[in-house]
Design a protein. Structure first.
Length: 304
């Protein structure tokens, strides 16, 4: 059997998905001994700048006892014309067993995994996938509601360019969550319609029904000219602000994968609102990534 990877959430069967979340919840309650991955060399290979994800992975790796290796890809042989296959062969030859990779190109993590005789964890590739972010979002929902089936989650904003949204849709559908996508037609085409997923253009109509609202950052660096509506129009129709917070139920929660644009997709009132779970999401990321490392390296058992 080839080594397992986590390139997107659908690499996990639904029972495995729940098992990883169970493990992450257990780690949150009590940190495990620091020998789960003792002596396992883990390479953090980030071709894009990252604060939350890179720091979270590093801390998770340290807590399970891995040997953490980080370097700037621009200084590596990949920047000198070496192929992915050559780099993968070299890394495995020096003993690297796990690569955590972030890259601006969709599909890069898959190409690396095809060449690397070890475990690859996708920390975000282009507009394709960000599985550990989706897992930590699911963990945050589970902490809040103690269930998944029948929850109503609205994901709002630039769905088209969001790897976070794509991975969350996969995970939420697998666990029985009702997903509503909200945004302008240019950033949310009808192609996203699927069983368990609906599309709405009117945020004000969606908010009173939602158990959770996930606001997405407007990613100017990923948007082609002409796709982004006039910002004033966008904020008028899709910004979560003080007025719209009144439409949100008192027991609903607000999620955001970060980084956020103050005054664009949300206002300071949202960040100060007691229903915001941004800090909880960041906190949960460490435990989710510990659980993923444990599963890949040790083949953590799935409950019957």
């Amino acid at each position: 059997m080839p080594p397992r990877n986590l390139l997107d959430v659908d690499d996990l069967a639904p029972d495995e998905l729940v098992a990883v979340l169970d493990r992450a919840m257990a780690f949150r309650e009590e940190l495990p001994p620091r020998d789960l991955c003792a002596g396992v060399p883990v390479l953090n290979l980030f071709f894009e700048a990252s604060t939350r994800t890179a720091t979270s992975f590093t801390l998770a790796e340290q807590r399970v006892g891995a040997d953490v290796i980080s370097f700037a890809p621009g200084a590596s042989s990949l920047g000198k014309g070496e192929t992915i296959a050559d780099t993968a062969l070299t890394l495995r030859g020096i003993g690297v067993r796990v690569i955590v990779v972030r890259h601006p190109e969709s599909g890069f993590a898959r190409r690396l995994a095809d060449s690397f005789d070890g475990h690859v964890i996708n920390a975000g590739d282009g507009t394709h996938a960000h599985p550990t972010q989706a897992l930590l979002d699911l963990m945050t929902l589970r902490q809040e509601f103690r269930r998944f089936d029948g929850l109503r989650v609205a994901i709002v904003g630039d769905i088209l360019h969001s790897r976070v949204a794509r991975s969350n849709i996969v995970g939420m559908r697998a666990l029985g969550i009702d997903v509503t996508l909200v945004g302008p037609a240019t950033l949310l085409p009808r192609d996203f319609l699927a069983p368990g997923v609906r599309i709405e253009r009117d945020l004000d109509a969606v908010l009173p029904r939602a158990d959770a609202v996930m606001m997405l950052r407007i990613q100017r660096e990923r948007i082609e000219t002409g796709l982004l509506p006039v910002l004033d129009d966008y904020t008028q129709r899709y910004q979560l602000n003080r007025a719209r917070l009144r439409s949100l139920r008192s027991d609903a929660i607000i999620l955001h994968p970060g980084p956020y644009n103050r005054g664009l997709e949300l206002t300071d009132d949202v960040l100060d609102d007691p229903r915001s779970r941004y800090v909880a999401q960041v906190h949960n990321g460490v435990f989710v990534r510990m659980a993923v490392l444990d599963m890949l390296v040790n083949g953590a058992p799935v409950p019957a």
